[in-house]
Structures are given as C-alpha cells and as structure tokens.
Design a protein around this ligand. Structure first.
Ligand SMILES: C[S@@+](CC[C@H](N)C(=O)[O-])C[C@H]1O[C@@H](n2cnc3c(N)ncnc32)[C@H](O)[C@@H]1O
Length: 319
C-alpha cells in the first residue's frame, strides 16, 4: 500500500510509491498494470492526450522504451531490461508525485499519430479539431466536406496556436495552403517554432506573436481554425493539478468563458474569403454560445470522444 509522506506547497500530501522488488515486474504489460494501480490509487486526472489510466500508463511505458504507442500491442508481453524497468518506474513515480501531465514528463504528445514537442510553456494539445479536419474537411470524408474543394484551400489561419500542432496538421491536410498561426504567448511561439521546424514546414507556416487578428493586417483566409481559451471562472477554480501545471492563459476565457470567443466571432468576418469558414472549439459551453449568438446558424460537430464541443460557421452565415 502506498505510504503518504511530506506535504506539497499546496498542502496536498505527496504519495510515495511502494518499492518494486527485482523480478516482480517483467513485461511491458506488468509495468502498465502497476502504473494503472498507482494512478488509480493516487486519483490522477486524465485529460491530456489520454482519457484513462491504462492508456496513460501505456503511453509512459512506450516513451521510456522509445516505442510509438501503436507498437504497444506488438511488445506487450516482451520483457524489459533492469535498466529499462528503472526508467519506467521513475516516470510512473514522477507522474504520481508531480501530478504533471505525462506529456510534460517526456516532452512529447501525439496528435493524430504525429509526435509534437511540448513543455510547460504550452498547453498539452488535445483539440478535437485535428480529428475534425480529417472527418469533415476531406474530399472523401464520410460527412462530405464543409469546404467545397479542400484541395483549393490556399490560406489557413490557426488562431491561438499554442504548440503549433493544429497549424502543422492543417498544413498536412491542405497540401496547397499557406498557414498563418498566431499566439499571444512568447513561450508558445518558441515551442511552435520548434515543431514547425521539426516538420520542415517553415516555408508554409508563418508564426506571429500577438493578440488574435492584430498581427495579420487585412489578410483573408479560406479557413480559420481556433481552439481558444474558453474555461469560465468556475471551471478555472476547479482545474485539477494536472491542468494547473499548464499555462493559465491557455484556459482562461473570463467570467463566462466566452471573452476570446466573442472577439473571434466579431472580427472573423473581416478575415474570411467569401467561400471560407471558421471552425472553433469551445468545450462544454454549447448552451451558452447558442444563447449568446442566437442569430448565428452554428453547426455543431461531434468526434469520437466529444459531442458538440466544436462549431463550424461559413463566412456567408457569419455575415
Ligand atoms: C486552448 S490553447 C490552444 C493551443 C493549441 N491550438 C492546441 O489546440 O493545443 C489556447 C492558446 O491561446 C493563446 N491565447 C490566449 N489568449 C490569446 C490572444 N488574445 N491572442 C492570441 N492567442 C491567445 C494561449 O497562449 C494558448 O496557447
């Protein structure tokens, strides 16, 4: 049973993980099982690329062994060396004792199967927009495409880009597009610069530091994608420790969560081409948005893990 040791600065007790004897854990699966037990015991929150303790433990085990998460099953029953086991246990322990998102511990997160560098300067990417680009903006998408001809998309804007993950996914998804990406945070632009460089997209993605549309002049876009801060005051007060390790600026949407969303909806029409449109993530605030903008025919989009947390509106409907 885990013992409880010293108090943290916040007054929370830091759990101490029980020692694992030599040979008690052998395979990748053994380490995942051990991690799951410790994570559940410590009541961790899972909202950063994984949504349950099994996926979280498997992610950390794979990272320690330099495996892509998709390779877990192939090696689940393989044994790890003593040195590898030590590395895994250290990561599992740090996940419990620091309550930091797993992605910060390994400086990596996968979105749509692609790796991105992350650290505490940016929120850990988990936007549903990556999935929606594939399901609703492809030529062969099941739901058809919300844009007449995705291959003709020439200019995309990623507002509030953070790590730059959505800008990179958009550049891959719209092969003929130039992508502009904006964030107000210096640290976020530094991380995004690194990710854009790692994907060798410097010639197609331009990063701007500034307040929403301010650095963009009169530029117009066929598609604006944005995952802005949208957490309301009540939600901010209730963030789990994992989210408090992330930049406050990435969450804080003001009293009702809509401060930034309102400004985006107000100014987006000036930056959209006539056939363009805006895709915007707003979390669980759908009711509030519908109430605040009754005149807008917002189309709410679902993903595998979300219902109505992202809306689409065409330039024509935005007026
Ligand atoms: C929810 S995060 C989204 C990051 C990234 N797009 C993603 O999906 O992982 C919101 C981002 O908006 C940025 N931000 C907050 N206020 C902003 C503003 N007024 N103008 C531009 N960026 C802003 C924050 O720094 C943060 O990186």
């Amino acid at each position: 049973m885990a013992r409880v040791s010293k108090k943290t600065a916040r007054g929370r007790a830091t759990p101490k993980l029980a020692k694992v004897g030599p040979g008690e854990l052998l395979t990748l699966l053994d380490f995942v099982r051990y991690g799951v037990s410790r994570f559940v015991e410590a009541k961790l929150a899972f909202a950063h690329g994984t949504t349950d303790p099994v996926a979280e433990a498997a992610f950390l085990v794979c990272e320690a062994l330099h495996l892509h998460p998709d390779q877990f099953e192939a090696f689940a029953h393989a044994r790890v060396t003593a040195a590898e086991g030590k590395t895994i246990l250290d990561l599992l322990r740090r996940r419990v004792t620091t309550r930091k998102p797993a992605a910060y511990l390994v400086n990596k997160i996968y979105m749509r199967g692609l790796p991105f560098y992350v650290d505490e300067r940016v929120i850990v990417p988990r936007s549903f927009i990556g999935e929606l680009l594939e399901s609703h903006f492809g030529v062969d998408g099941e739901a058809g495409s919300l844009i007449d001809d995705p291959t003709s998309v020439e200019r995309v804007l990623d507002l509030c880009t953070g790590s730059g993950c959505l800008a990179v996914l958009a550049a891959h998804h719209f092969p003929n597009a130039e992508v502009d990406a904006v964030d107000i945070s210096k640290g976020a632009i530094e991380v995004a610069t690194r990710n854009v460089g790692e994907y060798r997209l410097d010639d197609r993605i331009s990063l701007y530091r500034g307040d929403l549309f301010a650095p963009l002049g009169d530029n117009k876009y066929d598609l604006i994608i944005t995952n802005p801060p949208y957490v309301d005051a009540e939600g901010m007060a209730a963030l789990p420790p994992e989210c408090r390790a992330e930049p406050k600026l990435a969450f804080d949407g003001g009293a009702d969560g809509l401060d930034v969303v309102r400004r985006i909806l107000r100014d987006a029409p000036d930056h959209l081409t006539p056939d363009g449109g805006l895709i915007c993530e707003i979390g669980r605030g759908r009711g509030l948005v519908d109430e605040a903008f009754p005149e807008l025919p917002l189309l709410w989009l679902d993903t595998e893990d979300s219902e109505g947390e992202v809306f689409w509106i065409s330039a024509a409907d935005l007026g």
